[in-house]
Ligand binder design. Structure first.
Ligand SMILES: Cc1cc2nc3c(=O)[nH]c(=O)nc-3n(C[C@H](O)[C@H](O)[C@H](O)COP(=O)(O)O)c2cc1C
Length: 218
């Protein structure tokens, strides 16, 4: 098959979105309540990694980067994820805390987008979560200098074994380079696929303690 043929085939991949619409009556006053309902439905639908979200940050030149991380907690203060504080994303956020999250629930004909600002979590909050993780994941956090260049996988594996030995007993200390962020919600958009590409989109924008809600054209 030539490159041109395979391109033609991709161009014809399409499906109708028929899982039902999103109407004004379905909306909640606060976006988090609707988010909670959709997240519960994503879990019930047994999507792989329903809490996986694409996180976008920008570097100093304005170049956007994206990667998946797992949502670990949320409440009216924002959405929380954990990561390495020496990672590329952490460097971006030090320089520019503006951030965007995307939940790709397209198996349900849905997506949710968030724009906001990332704030570092307190050590206490990070420590509580860190110690709730399986021991091997805690050791994994110690092993990886996330986003740095390494010459071979073997380096990670031997360091893992070395640290497993070292931390055989007692609590594994929280690495100083491991932490998390809370993303405040300034805007949240809910997208539900509709027939004939007439999708439903609603944008919540924070206005003090309440929310302005607008329908957007698909
Ligand atoms: C399903 C999935 C879940 C992930 N969860 C996390 C996570 O919770 N935290 C994290 O730091 N990286 C997570 N990663 C790895 C990130 O996508 C990324 O490779 C890493 O954070 C380094 O990104 P950076 O170099 O842009 O900082 C996950 C990857 C996948 C595919």
């Amino acid at each position: 098959m030539s490159d041109n043929d395979s391109l033609q085939q991709i161009a014809h991949l399409r499906r109708e979105y028929t899982k039902g619409g999103l109407r004004r009556n379905d909306l909640t006053e606060q976006p988090l309540a609707l988010f909670e309902r959709w997240l519960a439905q994503a879990c019930e639908a047994k999507l792989a990694d329903p809490t996986a979200m694409v996180v976008a940050t920008v570097d100093e030149s304005g170049q956007p980067y994206q990667r998946i991380v797992l949502l670990k907690h949320y409440d009216e203060r924002g959405l929380v994820f954990y990561t390495n504080l020496g990672s590329r994303k952490a460097h971006h956020l030090e320089n520019n805390p503006r951030i965007s999250l995307h939940f790709p629930w397209h198996m349900l004909d849905r997506q949710v987008m968030v724009q906001g600002t990332a704030e570092r979590l307190s050590t206490l909050e990070v420590m509580k979560y860190f110690h709730s993780r399986p021991r091997d994941s805690q050791i994994g956090a110690w092993v990886s200098k996330q986003s740095s260049r390494i010459s071979a996988r073997g380096i990670l594996e031997s360091k893992f074994l070395e640290l497993k030995q070292k931390f055989q007993q007692g609590d594994i200390p929280l690495p100083s380079f491991w932490g998390g962020y809370r993303v405040t919600i300034e805007q949240m958009e809910f997208w539900q696929g509709g027939e004939h590409r007439l999708h439903d989109r609603f944008l919540y924008q924070r206005e003090g303690s309440s929310w302005k809600i607008d329908r957007l054209a698909p």
